[in-house]
Write a new protein. Structure first.
Length: 163
């Protein structure tokens, strides 16, 4: 059992016997599993896959993971309270908020790679099309949010958009 001031209370029946799970212990375990899986996946020398967006983006994801870990450790020390720490807090928050988007993108690239798209010499063209479509979807979503004043209007506009 971990004794720290940032203990998580059980919120699901799966955690019923574990009253206080330390957030730091949970993050350290997640990081250890991520790094272990990353290195085991590259060191075995077994199956070789064609170059794909999923594999390329995995290296970028690891940069985010390492930056988040380094910032988290730096913030734990509570040093440079008035000089660099405020900037580190903001950057740590931005990276943390970007994780769902980064994770969703990596899972999507994994599904695309599994289906056999975006591989080999077609990687650049496939990524360009994917990025253009995503930009169009984000632009349409922002436009929809700007024009809709209430939740009811947004829901009906979304239904019209989907139908």
């Amino acid at each position: 059992m971990c004794h720290c001031r940032y203990a998580l209370e059980p919120r699901s029946p799966f955690m019923a016997g574990h009253a206080n799970i330390c957030a730091g212990c949970l993050q350290a375990t997640g990081f250890a599993l991520t790094i272990g899986g990353y290195f085991l996946g590259h060191m075995h020398g077994g199956r070789k896959f064609l170059r794909s967006a999923h594999g390329t983006f995995a290296n970028i994801v690891m940069i985010f993971v390492a930056a988040q870990l380094a910032l988290g450790i730096y913030l734990k020390f509570h040093i440079h309270e008035r000089s660099t720490r405020p900037y580190a807090v903001v950057l740590h928050g931005i990276i943390g908020r970007a994780y769902p988007i980064i994770g969703w993108t990596q899972m999507l690239f994994g599904a695309i790679a599994y289906m056999g798209y975006c591989r080999g010499k077609h990687l650049g063209q496939c990524l360009a099309h994917y990025i253009m479509v995503r930009i169009s979807v984000v632009q349409a979503s922002l436009c929809l949010m700007q024009r809709c004043a209430s939740l009811r209007e947004a829901a009906s506009s979304l239904m019209l958009l989907l139908c």
